[in-house]
Design a protein around this ligand. Structure first.
Ligand code: WT7
Length: 631
């Protein structure tokens, strides 16, 4: 199923469009099914109702673990690199990983978890996180992984939205030289989570934790009470595999739902092709498993293909900005998949951290999460790839389950800052405001997808109408991505960024409405408006305009108070980079905030603010511009 020439890509692409069912039916033959499908695809984008591999039975963990045992049981599946480089790294072979997953699956059963139950996972980047995820899949429970940077309130909202029965966490996590008390955060969250019956706690940093009798149990104790034999639950191709919450243009994150069969096929197929993965190679994706990239390209994609996946607990700059390069050298990494924000951050340290580092193992480089600027692209290409490693700039989303538009390593000619061409099976189109297709090359528009692919979301948990409204109603019969896009003269795609009220801060997706809601929860704040602005390292920074008439003490302190509130409500990742106190916001007579104007002001471009005469109070714009000068 691996594409090895551009000609083959073109042929496969053509076939995938002309006969999608045959195409995906053949790809799916490369996976292990308990029972075959009777229909490859049935769909409509109106309801929406999408079914792939209908009637088929499988368990994704048999594809990620069991099927490799006979031939590749002793091959490394996960290589864990701890936060502290002085500590030993740990390798789990496929045999070991299989054993641990089965054992922990039995722990889940022992604690009352069954097929279909939702299980929240809030853990550090340790092998046990991958084990917990796979153990859920083994017994058919639905995992909902929550990124370790989210606050107790965010966790509680997510747990309650999907009525999780079990929580899996750890005492705490390391992040560089910081320690984060994960269990304490969970304890705060669980005060408001009546559906949670059990909490399984891994010892990791050995910080003191409170353990509630009857609810909380230690991972280490539990695994002693069970054996390592656990038959995989037989799942329907369209049974739920996991929920992953993501931000949109409203205040409330949505639980994106992925199902077993299609997701598995898509994650495995795209992993194998985009990275041109070769048996025996070491693959390192620096994302966190709390995001979709970690789900699809640390766990499910690589493991389904029998690959060796490096799992790194720490951060790129600890103990020094050489850390990634040390890991590449130490584990002889062949593929490095990271985010533009990490590249820009490491670039800023110059070449010193690269000195004497052996990066000769690198064969393929990948980028994901946000547009990569040309400067970062070239630095990555020259300094890390030594001009010899193709860069795959992979565009996709939580909702798409896997990579959609991207070069195929060693096959597709790349172009700096372009995600290049759609993968086989992906039919992108650009539309104008009214949903009319913009044909031809050298054009820009809103990026939509006009035909289903196996990895796409099926619904948003507990609220199908919301799924329909958000993705399938803006333009009839199209999946709308929320991204703007250029198709150049060569037909190559370049993603220009979100066209909705979603920010991308260091590759983290945050809704402006969510941040506004959090700021507005601060006592004394009357109203706020949040926009993004260009940020050298983060890609986008968060700029908040806040009406706070009776400030408590000095402005600087009040800003810190507001940051504290945002940290409590959402998490530190949503903290505004800039806060400007204003007496009013530019609003239309109907009361709508004119974000276009605020965005321009935040960008520092006040030369052409457009027509402000329709504003309720045009004077406010001048006042805000004056105030920004003092910030
Ligand atoms: C949004 C999705 C895909 C996994 C990580 C983020 C932006 C993603 C690229 C890229 C330009 C990109 C888009 C997209 N994005 N990859 N290669 N070039 N933009 O997943 O949190 O669901 O965010 O990230 O704006 O819509 P996510």
């Amino acid at each position: 199923m691996q594409i090895t020439s551009f000609k083959q890509y073109e042929e496969d692409y053509k076939k995938s469009v002309e006969n999608p069912e045959q195409f995906w039916g053949e790809v799916a033959q490369n996976f292990q099914w308990r029972k075959p499908w009777f229909k490859v695809l049935s769909w409509n984008f109106n309801e929406p109702n999408i079914k792939w591999f209908e009637g088929a039975k499988l368990n994704i963990t048999e594809n990620c673990l069991d099927r490799h045992l006979a031939t590749n049981g002793d091959k490394p599946a996960i290589v864990w690199e701890p936060n502290n480089p002085e500590e030993e790294s740990v390798t789990y072979t496929y045999k070991m990983l299989h054993e641990r997953v089965c054992r922990f699956a039995n722990v889940l059963k022992r604690n009352g978890a069954k097929k279909g139950d939702r299980i929240c996972i809030y853990m550090p980047m340790v092998p046990e996180l991958a084990i917990a995820v796979l153990a859920c899949a083994r017994i058919g429970a639905v995992h909902s992984v929550i990124f370790g940077g989210f606050s107790a309130k965010s966790i509680a909202d997510r747990i309650n939205d999907s009525q999780c029965k079990v929580v899996i966490t750890a005492d705490g996590s390391y992040r560089g030289n910081k320690q984060i008390p994960l269990k304490e955060v969970i304890d705060d969250a669980l005060i408001g989570c009546p559906t949670v019956e059990k909490c399984i706690v891994l010892t990791h940093i050995r910080t003191p934790v409170s353990m509630l009798k009857g609810r909380d149990v230690w991972w280490e104790d539990e695994v002693k009470h069970v054996n390592d034999i656990c038959e995989a639950e037989e799942m329907d191709a369209e049974d739920m595999l996991f929920i992953l919450y993501t931000s949109g243009s409203t205040g409330k994150p949505k639980g994106v739902v992925h199902t077993c069969g299609g997701y598995m096929v898509y994650a495995g197929y795209t992993f194998s092709n985009v990275f041109n993965y070769q048996p025996g190679e070491v693959y390192f994706c620096t994302a966190d498993i709390g995001w979709i990239t970690g789900h699809s390209y640390i766990i499910y994609g690589p493991l389904s293909q029998g690959a060796t996946s490096v799992l790194f607990e720490g951060i790129p700059t600890y103990p020094t900005p050489s850390r990634f390069w040390d890991i590449v050298e130490k584990h002889k990494v062949n593929t490095l998949y990271t985010a533009p924000t990490a590249i820009r951050s490491l670039m800023s340290y110059g070449e010193e951290p690269l000195k004497d580092k052996d990066l000769s193992s690198i064969r393929v480089l990948g980028s994901v999460g946000e547009p990569i600027n040309e400067e970062a692209w070239h630095w990555f290409d020259e300094k890390i790839g030594r001009g010899k490693a193709p860069i795959v700039d992979t565009w996709w989303q939580t909702e798409t389950g896997g990579i959609m538009i991207s070069p195929i390593a060693t096959v597709t000619p790349t172009k700096p800052s372009f995600a290049t061409l759609p993968l086989p099976g992906i039919q992108p189109i650009l539309v104008d405001e009214n949903g009319n297709e913009i044909e031809g090359n050298g054009v820009m528009g809103n990026l939509c997808i006009k035909f289903p692919w196996p990895g796409m979301l099926r619904t948003t948990y507990g609220d199908h109408e919301r799924c329909k409204q958000t993705y399938f109603s803006t333009y009839e019969n199209l999946y709308f991505t929320g991204d703007g896009c250029l198709r150049d003269e060569d037909g190559y795609y370049r993603i220009t960024g979100r066209v909705d009220d979603v920010l991308n801060v260091s590759g983290h997706r945050i809704g402006t409405a969510e941040v506004e809601n959090a700021i507005n929860m601060h006592a004394g704040v009357v109203e706020s408006a949040v926009v993004g602005y260009p940020h050298d390292v983060k890609g986008q920074g968060i700029y908040a305009f806040v009406i706070y008439p009776e400030m408590h003490g000095e402005a600087e302190l009040s800003k810190k108070d507001i940051l504290q509130t945002v940290t409590r409500v959402i998490g530190a990742i949503a903290k505004p980079d800039k806060i400007l106190f204003v007496s009013g916001l530019p609003k239309t007579r109907s009361g709508k905030i004119m974000r276009r104007i605020l965005r321009k002001i935040a960008e520092g471009d006040t030369s052409n603010l457009g027509d402000t005469s329709t504003l309720l109070d045009p004077g406010i714009v001048e006042e805000i511009i004056e105030a920004t000068k003092k910030l």
